[in-house]
Design a protein around this ligand. Sequence first.
Ligand code: SF4
Length: 375
Amino acid sequence: MAGIYIHVPFCKERCTYCDFYTVTDESRMDEFVEALCIEAESRKEEVKEPVQTIYFGGGTPSRLSTEHFSAIFDTLYRHYPIDPAAEITVEANPDDLSEEYLIRLAQQPINRLSIGIQSFNDEELKFLSRRHSAQQAIDAVKRSQQHGFSNLNIDLMYGLPKQSKEVWQHNLQQATELGVPHVSAYHLIYEEKTRMHALLLAGKITPADEETSAEMFTMLYDWMARHNFIHYETSAFGKEGFFSRHNSSYWKNREYVGLGPAAHSFDGDSRSWNIASNIKYNEGIKAGIPVRESELLSPTDKYNEFIITGLRTIWGVNLVELEARFGKTMYQHCLKAAEKYLQKNLLTMEENTLKVTREGLFISDGITTDLMWMK
Ligand code: SF4
């Protein structure tokens, strides 16, 4: 199974907590699309199997015009074997999803939207410096549904400074009332070099304490389970048949081609990444100068990725596959490291597959680190 990731490095404004590669100067968007199409064509040989998923991430892909999408899809369909049933996702911000834009988006091959809502509370949205209001978020979801986008994800954020459990409960309730089949919920992370991190260092905000964060996660987990969502990855909750196929393929270590500035690619043996600069990317692609660096993964890297991605998901770490791919020594290391967690019911073993239990979720980073190969 092959996937294509497209990084759209433009945002109207930068959110205080975000460290993704993106710029707020949108004047080079045409140039970017042109370069992207050149890169897509030049890398067509890398994809041998039908493309099952295409994912426009960013940045804010909904800053692209539908003419931009048409140009990109023309190139992709011309040069890649795209499965007619491919999942094609576009990340969007609520305030971009106007009636007119949605009508035009619905005419593209796009069949899934991932809407960056983060909160249904105006104060929280202001704190995160999001561009939309709670009402705009609700309207955007409803409008998307009216225009045929039933396969919808919304992003939510918890563990914000001063976030009350009541507001978090309200956010969860609003999400399920809207009838979306997928929710991604992330704890706020203070990434270095973000404005949020600077506020933290300056003592202007107090992060949520561990106990509150754990309680909010429990509320999330229970609420989603009660509404028939399956917790299939650390941050992802989907109804049956609505798991993100694109993200699932990352977690199953499948191959993908990443196009655009700062996009990453994986071919099963090595990872590569495009330069994180719009200007250098555009110029390099047009001049035929390489804009990509890569690293070959060692067996240890591959083993560790197998553990990290497996323990994040409901598919777990299959020990038969682990032994076949990485040999007896790594298999025994994994089993030995898992022992104490199995005894404490923080891990379970079903059909030769290790999975993190609900109790283990709170310390899953520590479990993962223990099972990794550190030599
Ligand atoms: S809209 Fe998304 S990508 Fe852009 S700055 Fe905000 S969080 Fe980052």
